[in-house]
Write a protein that binds this ligand. Sequence first.
Ligand SMILES: [Ca+2]
Length: 411
Amino acid sequence: MNRCQYASEHNASERDLLRKRVSVIFQLSPHPKPCEYQMDLPLFPHFTLRLSLFSALLLLALNANANETVRGVILTDQLSHPWGMAFLSADEILITERVGRLRRFVNGKLLPKAIEGLPEISAIGQGGLLDIALHPDYPNNGWIYLSYVAGDGDGIGTEVVRGKLKGDRLQQIEKIFTLLPKSKPGYHFGSRIAFDHQGYLYITLGDRGDRPRAQDLADHAGSVIRLHGDGSIPTDNPFYNQKGKRAEIYSYGHRNLQGATTNPKSGAIWTHEHGPQGGDEINIIHSGANYGWPIITYGVNYGSGTPIGEGKAKAGVEQPLYYWVPSIAPSGMTFYSGDKIPQWQGDLFVGSLKFQLLVRLGIQEDKVISEERLFEGEFGRIRDVRTGVDGYLYLLTDADRGKLIRLENAP
Ligand SMILES: [Ca+2]
């Protein structure tokens, strides 16, 4: 008997106990392989039963270790709609606030004074100061990257600058990317910044609420951008030197990506994006690939529930690695690689704005094999999740009094 059968065939009291204590959900997603390693021993029913009970106890033990012992410590609740964070050292975290402030959290305290010298920022709707990332060689070169929304004559859009922190001022500011063309709506800006192991820089961009833009290669909106750290365009980008296409684009057909991280094992860039009503996705980003929006999606139109595009799949268009129906409204993503919560090492964490929870995904060979939902309603809308340089896992919550939270094993 395997665990899939176990769940459906065991007696009611044990099943209820399992339901109550085990919150690992085996997901019915495009590539589910949750049960393939289970044993099947139909010839020895008594042995099978014993094995099943042992498996259940093991699962309970694992779950207790994985879930009930991790707690959140609220380090501050004085952040205004924080969006992203970067760890300068074990003692200092930089945190962006959407309104356009970059804050310092030093030795356990949020400093009252924001960092000066930031570019002009349009804090409109979902826009403002968004993500922050450090260059992989930050200890030697000092480059800090910020994504934010700024305007020109045509409207607003996502931009990225880099600069160096001297005292409480950002200096040597260089603008390295501007989304073109800009437009009026105050939503779907993306944007996360991530570096791969070769030092290439990736910027995620929303469709700006105008669906066809995600399929238009003459338009940055709805794409993942790939650049060198100084903003120059790699000559091996898929649309480099192609007439009528923007050479910065690495992948396209995205709706609104507010999560991007590098898989520490493979070095690949993993992203997630908001679907419409249903159909939030996780994808692994490949050069030149079309991720489908708005041609294919697992979501439907808001309210009416009417279909979008041509269906759920199409030849030559990428399927998501994983998806959520209903939507969780994902923001922030990290592979946990710290040493302070050993039972979570290697798992992928995603924040949920809508359900105010943290999603923990078990990953095996570039597949999602399990989903667990943590801290539901406990902290608020989770905007970002990152592994700290001190080995803990950190959260930011989206609120007028947004929180910075450290997750740790309870003593
Ligand atoms: Ca897609």
